[in-house]
Design a protein around this ligand. Sequence first.
Ligand code: 15L
Length: 264
Amino acid sequence: MNRLLITGAAGRIATALRPRLRDLARVMCLSDRVDIVAPGPNEEVAICDLADADAVYAAAEGCDGILHLGGCPHEDAWEAIRSANFDGTRNVYEAARRHRIGRVVFASSNHAMGFYPTGQRLDADTPPRPDSYYGLSKAFGEGLARLYWDKCGIESVCMRIGSCFEKPTNRRMLSTWLSDDDLAELVRRSFRAPSVGWTVVYGASANTHGWWDNSGSAHLGWQPRDNAETFRAEVEASNPPPDPEAPENRWQGAGFAAAPIIER
Ligand code: 15L
């Protein structure tokens, strides 16, 4: 690619991905609401609020692809989720349509599926079952991606990211962990695969006790290499055995599923 737009570029995931994906495009256009620390030689910064359609359109000018990581990354009041995630994602897809950008890689989340019971095997055809307004916004983003594929021919890979952190820090993450290296390779494959149409892929490392079946996205050629099992002893030493009946342990979405609706 010549220019790649990365939204949410100041966040933890983008910060981990930027050095790993330098070869993906000649210029990386980094956008976020807040300033971006230490842009590299092939990086340009566009400060922009995803809820501002004109600003998103301007940031996407001249880009060949969009890595959409931006938005609210946790549960919040409806207004906050609506503007950052619902409106924000729609603004990204409208910018892609108006600039004729052919492919978007969208950071969806396991919380689009968080009300399935812990341990149940899910695949790309399992219907969404969001655990929060946040999870609902990710299911919406996936639906929007499908609409823009069917109506406008814009391809998308919707990555249902599990727990993307440096290492797993609780027992749930022994199933849901995604390493930064595995995510970087997933993003690379998602942009480089010859044809992706509308693809849903679960973003988890090759965890021995994982819950998700990625046979439906084999065309991406992505094979995660890390495994949360490497950290089991460390995780168990710092986390007491869970009560399987506690609401936060019954559902895949854990605390997101157990938490009440935020009323504000
Ligand atoms: C997510 O979607 C969140 O953005 C992240 O902060 C974690 O909570 C993660 O899911 C998870 O499920 O561990």
